[in-house]
Design a protein around this ligand. Structure first.
Ligand code: LLP
Length: 437
């Protein structure tokens, strides 16, 4: 992927930095992020839209991977930023991300989060439900402010992906249902609220999607809804946000499209749908997360113990696991990996990679072909840039790994490794439990 290659020492090199050297300098487990590849993906999205002639915004879905350094890159590349919590918003603001390019998502924004976003003056709220609609209008009114909103609708399109990452179907916790009239009522209400400026609609059909059909279908549904709303409520949508979900290749057999093809398909169906209805072609916004950072991430682990069950399986354990990558345990996600310290050695055995957590489900990869594995080997798991660091936990009180950005031969710490002090940092011992001196 990206700038990765095998160098003269037979080691994996990412961004011009030797993985073995990264281990010496930063330890393992370690998230290594290929900065150049992130920038390339950002430019692919922007470039594909620029050539379309439509007005657009590409908002990076920061839930995939949110750190201050990442926010800096996204800002420098001219993308907008989608946040879904006070923590993500705070991170973005601390990184100096321009608030007017921040979009706020979520199905249960708390008053405190809304307050923080209003205070910062963010660009747009993606309103999810009626309770939020009223709350936001009231809170904006208290500040004498008018805020831009999109209404998140559930278009009734099912993306062919894992159940937990599929969001466009009717039975979903997200958004106003298009089918049962609630989206219509939401438009009615939003356009009546004095402190809300209704820009348009938002639809996100799911994640890790390999085809364009779902997006096209969503555009068609949005369009016929837009036409209905124009004729019955005299409301025009200036913006249509089609969410994220563009798939990436984790393992052989995954067949995502190149970024530009998703964009072209969306742009084409917008043109045909809206122009055909004599509707002013709206601005298109999208929210890629995984497709921006997913393949830019590699996790380095040191192999520790192993165990062979004759005729059944060899378990090889690494110094991380579901705490730094919960995706295999949660979604049965698959990954590819290699020995970064012996990258040219021929495969000799099939092993399964176990994490170190006290849980049988903590397996990272089943049946992986590797050279004969020894303790001390350096295992590199590819495509761990999205929803790994951002979903990491301290289960078993394991400190979260460091994040290093690599580019042109230099390696820079973007997140420090958690320390034992961090682990107990918020712990308190109530007075009555204190140990007598
Ligand atoms: N916009 C909205 C409203 C979303 O809910 C999401 C993802 C995105 C954009 C970005 O989707 P992406 O381009 O990254 O697919 N934890 C799961 C993925 C959950 C996705 C949640 N929403 C995983 O590890 O696969």
């Amino acid at each position: 992927h990206g700038t990765s290659r095998i160098n003269d020492h037979g080691h994996l090199e990412i961004g011009g930095v030797d993985a073995v050297q990264l281990r010496e300098q930063f330890g393992t487990p370690l998230y290594v992020v290929d900065e150049e590849l992130i920038r390339r993906r950002c430019r692919e999205f922007i470039g594909a839209f620029k050539s379309s002639g439509l007005k657009f915004q590409v908002a990076y879905a920061s839930k995939a991977f949110c750190t201050m350094a990442m926010c800096r890159i996204v800002d420098e590349e001219g993308l907008s930023l989608d946040v879904v919590s006070d923590g993500e918003l705070y991170t973005a603001l601390q990184a100096g991300f321009p608030p007017e390019r921040i979009h706020f998502h979520g199905n249960n924004k708390t008053p405190r989060e809304i307050d923080m976003a209003l205070e910062a003056g963010i660009g747009c709220f993606v309103v999810d439900n009626f309770v939020e609609l009223e709350l936001l209008n009231a809170m904006a009114g208290e500040r004498n402010r008018k805020v831009n909103v999109l209404l998140r609708i559930t278009p009734g399109v099912s993306a062919h992906t894992h159940e937990y990452t599929s969001t466009g179907q009717q039975d979903s916790k997200f958004g106003f249902d298009l089918g049962n009239g609630s989206a219509f009522r939401a438009v009615e209400e939003a356009s009546r609220q004095p402190n809300l400026v209704l820009l348009g609609l938002h639809s996100h059909i799911g994640s890790q999607i390999f085809e364009v059909e779902g997006f096209k279908l969503a555009v068609e549904k949005v369009m016929s809804f837009a036409v209905k709303v124009r004729s019955e409520l005299n409301v025009l949508f200036k913006v249509v946000n089609l969410g994220g979900g563009f798939g990436i290749r984790y393992v052989e057999g995954d067949s995502p499209l190149p970024v530009v093809e998703y964009v072209h398909a969306i742009v084409d169906s917008i043109h045909t749908s809206f122009a055909g209805q004599d509707y002013p072609v709206p601005e298109i916004w999208i929210e890629p997360g995984r497709s921006i950072v997913g393949d830019a991430g590699t996790t380095l682990y040191t192999v520790g113990t192993y165990k062979e069950i004759p005729d059944i399986r060899k378990y090889v354990a690494v110094d991380g696991g579901m705490t730094d990558n919960p995706r295999p345990a949660l979604y049965e996600s698959q990954y590819e990996a290699m020995l970064a310290n012996r990258a040219t050695a021929a495969p000799e055995e099939v092993v399964s990679i176990a994490g170190k957590c006290c849980e049988s489900g903590d397996m990272l990869i089943w049946d992986l072909s590797l050279p004969k594995v020894n303790s001390g080997d350096l295992l590199a798991v590819a495509c761990t840039g999205a929803y790994n660091y951002s979903m990491a936990s301290n289960y078993n009180r394991i400190p979260r790994p460091a994040v290093v950005f690599v580019k042109d031969g230099s390696a820079d710490l973007a997140v420090k490794r958690e320390s034992y002090e961090d682990i107990v940092g918020n712990d308190l011992i109530p007075e009555r439990m204190k140990k007598a001196p």
